[in-house]
Design a protein around this ligand. Structure first.
Ligand code: GLC
Ligand code: GLC
Length: 817
């Protein structure tokens, strides 16, 4: 069953029923000011950091699930009837309803009793504010007397403190109201130099800033007393819960239309110019007023919206494809790329499953997210790489996360994940390939954000590699540390006390537990450094990394190969995991993906054996599960992975992020049909038709789909913020469609299904437009390339001369007899 449909021309998903199985959300803003918005206008906003600069309050784990947001109430003053044009929170039976989630905006339209209301929510580029543009239309043949109420609940900035420290916070709230603008200035009197404002384009008939005055005692957002009465009491909040609500009375003639603009924004003042007059406690509004005045003008709102649309056309225009499969086209051209921007911005910090309080920007996560984003705005990827590298530990290791506001690393979500360092190498490699910017390697970058510790980024990469080599175990495989990519494989943790966090509780400084996955990752990263060093004429380094990779590969074949697949790890007792010898957890997906991506077994059919084992033991119609057999009970020596009931999360769920590794691996051995089949199984657009089972948004990937051991097999969870976005983007665009940036130019090497006649693509690469046409001539992946009518040897298109605008590429594949 479906709850809407794709509108690919508009690049929107159109939800036609408000009671979706879960809130189906979108993100507003793509630079510094962000909002999450659901299909019923739920959600919240923040500036840069969802924990430390939270503008509006949101209660997670609420009932109903999605409550609190950017609400508008309409009241028919003739009969006192009121409703929410976004359905929530009043939940009246709307006569018409659509929610269009687009690229950085959401438009919710409804009709109730012949009053049409359409609200467009978006964040203008380069501004720290969001616009709600409400268009009201009276479809009746008679006049309508309507009251409009807006409503947001302010958060007292630090979202964690806001949800816990009531004895203080109930006394700190402060507001101002000047010229129809509600200002929220809690803590502005002391150390904050920022405030929030909520403005309206109309003359007010009333307002509220105290929540209980608006709602009335013992009432909720579905039934506010002020809306019911059609009167606001002009309350000023002194402590308790500050809100913003404007009340506007509108007379609409038959068929008349009216626009009302609301602005919710964040503003900073210079520390020494906070008040006006200077000796008062009144916010200095000199610099914010022009911004507010600008966006209360409909023509400026219109222009800002057009700019946002153009911005996205530009970003998505970096790669557009036409393949025989509409789900591929839609994901590549629109939604997967869009999700990559969101994961790049948020890492795992703020979604409907991540509170924005617990996690900042993950080190491993951000390096991976960048892989799907780098082609859109290489400059921002560059900045991110330098930020990440500046948090790197001197010994080459990493803080597992950093706070977006301060850009400083911390151990809040644990440390000592021994795979972390290597991901930086992959991110830098992807950036250099995309941008051709070798200068980044010479940037002087600090360690642990400490002045005076700078070395060139190139050395950061070397230390990343050395970190692994300094930590080898009894089999000479890399020690796993707290965990590798699988945060939940905690082989040194031995946690037996309820409530301990597997990620942060004291770990044994284990010298035995090893990871085959990190070995694969190390080889993959080492191969990149070999190429990078080669380009820098650093032969010694190239030779060193080459040798290290070879040695590691030999070690994997010796200790990490199980006969028909790659093993997963050795535990603290030196026992193997992910082997036919195990009763549970015989085979894991991660080392199959990573080792084959690193090239292991590709030449000698062992990769094929491993992938056949994946197909046999792990692949389900809903995607490939993480391991089998699932852990039927909690194993002290395995940690969190066995804490989940079978079929969920890392315990044999379809952990979607790992699936594209297998797709890429399949293309390495030339099996396009198999790769594409896996791609299709978890493609959200393809799963749209089973939305009632899948439950999450059909336009973005979720972290997990319940595996076949789970009672709710096929049900997705944790949508939006997952490495799945970036890796699937890489798998489909670079491995299957085969459009791969390399250090020396764009490579065209598709491994597509046999049944495809070909595909077309436009790729902007290093400022040149590549117009690519791939035609199938027969079976197999053998390829022949023509550039502007001339055939060239190999698969990499040499970098064109300066000033080349467009290159015409004809690729013929399947030339085997
Ligand atoms: C989560 C984490 C990611 C980790 C994965 C597997 O998605 O954000 O860092 O690799 O889980 O445990
Ligand atoms: C939990 C999750 C895992 C995530 C980790 C991050 O263990 O299961 O997916 O990576 O938390 O802290």
């Amino acid at each position: 069953m479906k709850y809407g449909h794709f509108d690919d021309t508009a690049r929107e998903y159109v939800i036609t029923q408000p009671d979706t199985p879960l809130p189906w959300i979108n993100y507003l803003g793509c630079e510094a000011y962000f909002g999450l918005i659901s299909n019923t206008a739920g959600g919240y906003s923040f500036y840069k950091d969802a924990r430390l600069r939270r503008l509006t309050r949101y209660r997670y784990n609420n009932a109903p699930y999605d409550m609190g947001g950017r609400y508008i109430y309409l009241r028919d003053n003739a009969d006192g009837n009121f409703w929410s044009p976004s359905w929530m929170p009043v939940r009246s039976d709307l006569d018409e309803y659509t929610c269009r989630h687009g690229m950085g905006y959401t438009i919710i339209r409804s009709v109730y009793d012949q009053i049409e209301a359409e609200t467009c929510y978006f964040v203008p580029m380069e501004e720290s504010l969001e616009i709600w543009e409400l268009t009201l239309t009276n479809q009746r043949d008679t006049s309508a007397d309507i009251s409009v109420f807006s409503a947001v609940e302010f958060c007292l900035w630090d979202a964690n403190d806001d949800a816990t420290n009531f004895q203080r916070n109930f006394s700190t709230g402060q507001m101002e109201l000047v010229d129809e603008v509600i200002y929220h200035k809690t803590e502005y009197r002391e150390r904050r130099d920022h405030f929030a404002y909520f403005a309206c384009s109309e003359k007010l008939d009333g307002f509220e800033t105290q929540r209980e005055a608006f709602l009335g005692p013992y009432r909720g957002w579905d039934d506010p007393a002020a809306v019911e009465a059609g009167e606001s009491s002009n309350s000023m909040a002194h402590g308790w819960q500050p809100i913003g609500s404007h009340h506007i009375k509108v007379q609409l003639r038959p068929k008349e239309q009216k626009k009302i603009i609301f602005l919710l924004g964040y503003h900073e003042n210079p520390k020494n110019d906070k008040f006006d007059p200077a000796d008062s406690q009144t916010i200095n509004k000199k610099t914010v007023k022009p911004i507010i005045a600008k966006y209360l003008q409909p023509k400026n709102v219109k222009a800002a919206f057009a700019t946002l649309r153009d911005y996205w056309s530009g970003l998505l225009g970096k790669l557009q494809v036409v393949t025989p499969d509409e789900h591929t086209n839609r994901m590549v051209n629109i939604w997967n790329a869009y999700q990559c921007m969101i994961t790049f911005n948020m890492s795992r910090s703020a979604s409907y499953y991540e509170s924005g309080i617990g996690r900042g920007m993950g080190y491993r996560d951000s390096n991976q997210d960048l892989l799907g984003f780098v082609h859109m705005i290489p400059e921002r990827a560059r900045e991110r790489i330098l930020d990440l590298a500046a948090t790197q530990l001197k010994n080459g290791g990493a803080f597992h996360q950093y706070q977006p506001l301060t850009k400083r690393g911390n151990n809040d979500v644990g440390s000592g994940f021994n795979d972390d360092p290597a991901w930086l190498v992959l991110a830098v490699a992807a950036y250099v390939k995309e941008a051709g910017d070798w200068s980044i390697l010479d940037e002087a970058v600090q360690y642990e954000n400490e002045a005076g510790t700078e070395t060139p980024l190139y050395e950061h990469l070397q230390r990343s590699m050395q970190y692994t080599l300094d930590r080898l175990g009894p089999n000479h495989l890399p020690l796993i540390g707290r965990a590798d990519w699988n945060d939940c494989l905690n082989l040194n943790c031995f946690s037996d006390t309820p409530g301990q966090s597997f990620q942060t509780t004291t770990n044994k400084d284990g010298k035995v537990a090893e990871s085959v996955f990190i070995a694969g990752l190390f080889i993959l990263a080492a191969k990149e450094i070999v190429q990078i060093a080669g380009h820098r004429n650093d032969r010694a380094e190239a030779a060193k990394q080459q040798a290290a990779a070879q040695l590691m590969e030999a070690t994997v074949w010796k200790a990490g190969w199980d006969g028909a697949w790659f093993r997963r790890a050795f535990d603290d007792f030196g026992h193997v995991l992910g082997s036919k010898e195990n009763e549970e957890g015989k085979i894991f997906i991660e080392p199959q993906g990573m080792c084959i991506m690193a090239g292991l077994g590709v030449e000698d059919r062992r990769a094929q054996m491993a992938l056949d084992s994946v197909a046999k033991f792990l692949a389900t119609p809903h995607g490939i599960v993480l391991q089998q057999p699932a852990f039927s009970k909690y194993y002290l020596h395995l940690g969190e992975i066995s804490s989940y009931p079978p079929g969920y999360k890392e315990n044999a769920g379809v952990f979607c992020h790992t699936n594209p590794w297998i797709m890429i691996a399949e293309t390495k051995i030339g099996r396009g049909d198999q790769a594409f089949d896996y791609y299709t199984r978890i493609n959200p657009s393809k799963r749209e038709e089973i939305s009632d089972l899948h439950k999450c948004e059909p336009y973005v990937y979720a972290q997990m789909i319940a595996g076949w051991d789970a009672p709710t097999y096929g049900e997705a969870k944790n949508s939006w913020l997952s490495g799945t976005a970036a890796l699937n983007y890489v798998a489909i665009t670079q491995a299957i469609l085969g459009l791969q940036p390399t250090y020396d130019g764009l490579e065209i090497k598709p491994v597509i299904p046999e049944g495809w006649s070909g595909f077309e693509a436009v790729r902007i690469f290093r400022g040149v437009r590549y117009e690519i046409s791939v035609k199938r001539a027969g079976t197999g992946n053998q390829i022949c390339l023509e550039v502007d009518g001339k055939s060239i040897p190999g698969t990499v298109i040499p970098l064109p001369t300066k000033d080349t605008g467009t290159l015409n590429i004809k690729a013929t594949i399947g030339l085997e007899k």
